[in-house]
Design a protein around this ligand. Structure first.
Ligand code: SF4
Ligand code: SF4
Length: 162
């Protein structure tokens, strides 16, 4: 009789120990098989992107360099040039290196024209090569390809960066 009691006790303690496992075994899983399935995530900071002006369908950057100076990760770069058509100063290149970006939002806060934002929907920034993570923010805009003469920027000194 004692022998049966011991078996029962052992079986019962096993059931108690496995209670959580058994309970979750019959519940719907809360995880998904990423990347085949993606969960909609509402609260996250996407990568830095240009705001598109509704009227002009262009970006709002005036190449003032404020974001470059404030970026603590030194991961932004821009180049300016002269338009061959009217000689006006135009942005010719704007890159952000996402391998270094900490998504701190300082560049967004400092921009005088509200030209930058966190892109929506893109929470899984992954890449097989480092090169792909150097993002060209001008790529979506038509102005690419305009004949331009590049104007070299003055080198940034540590004092100027503060
Ligand atoms: S979010 Fe922060 S780290 Fe990333 S580019 Fe802007 S200022 Fe630099
Ligand atoms: S702070 Fe704004 S306007 Fe100035 S360079 Fe950066 S994105 Fe362009």
């Amino acid at each position: 009789m004692n022998y049966l009691k011991e078996i029962f006790r052992g079986f019962w303690s096993l059931l108690v120990g496995m209670e959580v496992t058994i309970r979750y075994f019959f519940k719907k899983p809360v995880t998904v098989i990423y990347p085949r399935e993606r969960l909609p995530i509402k609260r996250f900071k996407g990568p830095i992107a240009f705001v598109v002006d509704e009227k002009s369908k262009d970006h709002l950057c005036i190449a003032c360099n404020a974001c470059i100076k404030i970026c603590p990760s030194r991961c932004m770069s821009l180049e300016i040039g002269k338009s061959a058509a009217d000689g006006k100063r135009v942005l010719t290149d704007f890159k952000v290196n996402y391998m270094l970006c900490s998504l701190c939002s300082l560049c967004i806060d400092v921009c005088p024209t509200d030209a930058l934002k966190h892109a929506e929907g893109d929470y899984d920034m992954v890449s097989l090569t480092q090169k792909e993570l150097v993002m060209d923010l001008l790529e979506p805009f038509e102005k690419r390809g305009t004949p331009l003469t590049k104007i070299p920027l003055a080198p940034q000194t540590p004092a100027a960066a503060k």
